[in-house]
Design a binder for this molecule. Sequence first.
Ligand SMILES: NC(=O)c1ccc[n+]([C@@H]2O[C@H](COP(=O)([O-])OP(=O)(O)OC[C@H]3O[C@@H](n4cnc5c(N)ncnc54)[C@H](O)[C@@H]3O)[C@@H](O)[C@H]2O)c1
Length: 258
Amino acid sequence: MELKGKKIIVTGSARGMGESTLRAYVRAGADVIGMDVTDDAGSKIVDEANTEGPGTAAYLHVDIADKDSVGKAFSEALSILGKLDALAHPAAIQRSSDAGNVSVEDWDQMFAINVRGTMLTNQAAHGYMKDSGGGSIINFGSISGLRSEPSAIAYSAAKGAVHSWTRTAAGTWGKDNIRVNAILPAMATPMYLEAMERADEEQRTASYWMNRRSIALGEEYGDPDTDLAPVMIFFASDASRFITGQLIPVDGGQTSVR
Ligand SMILES: NC(=O)c1ccc[n+]([C@@H]2O[C@H](COP(=O)([O-])OP(=O)(O)OC[C@H]3O[C@@H](n4cnc5c(N)ncnc54)[C@H](O)[C@@H]3O)[C@@H](O)[C@H]2O)c1
């Protein structure tokens, strides 16, 4: 599971699982470009990662929903890295809304960032990887895309689309030796903690029974540094060279035992 010399882009690197992934890749010896819309936090994290090494990190601004922004950021990243071995793509947003009340604005924003953003970043990565012998694309799905999600209909629908995209892209790009998988995590990150803060007591109780209750390993969301980062290293490394098109829950058993 060596990452020494690997050239990797991580989206959503300013916090949460993207931050943990970037730090872990640098610790494993990779050269990494972190990308996000939150520039101050994104820059601070690469500065800290560089002081730890042994790999290197740099930060670039991207709005993954915007084709020009993705094209520019990936082009700059490739001029720094020289080639691309892996794309880790956790960047996304989450908004609550039920089926009867979801607005067109929320629906469109969720699909622009979570679905179009996956298409644009994956397409950009494919363009560079296919000319250099292949690579690994690691998308982020969700248990929300596998089951009914009454309080987050647009997020759920968007993550279902990410799953379908991941499987089809894997089938299409296997001939280029590019593998495409999606991680389905359950991690205590700012996204999760903010959703819990917004929830009232009744919603928190419902969330416990729907989510935490079925995390077989301790009924608690995982830690991105200890529970997710090693898996992200595996999927960026050659150790995962024969795995593609998979939806991989890293969730303490939640998806399977619910
Ligand atoms: N936290 C969980 O338990 C959980 C569960 C299921 C799925 N997921 C998925 O895992 C992934 C990572 O989640 P997280 O909890 O680390 O989220 P997070 O909110 O902590 O981090 C997401 C990052 O994406 C960035 N981002 C948002 N919009 C962007 C845009 N348009 N362009 C570029 N960057 C943008 C944010 O600035 C942020 O830094 C997401 O795809 C999420 O949907 C998370």
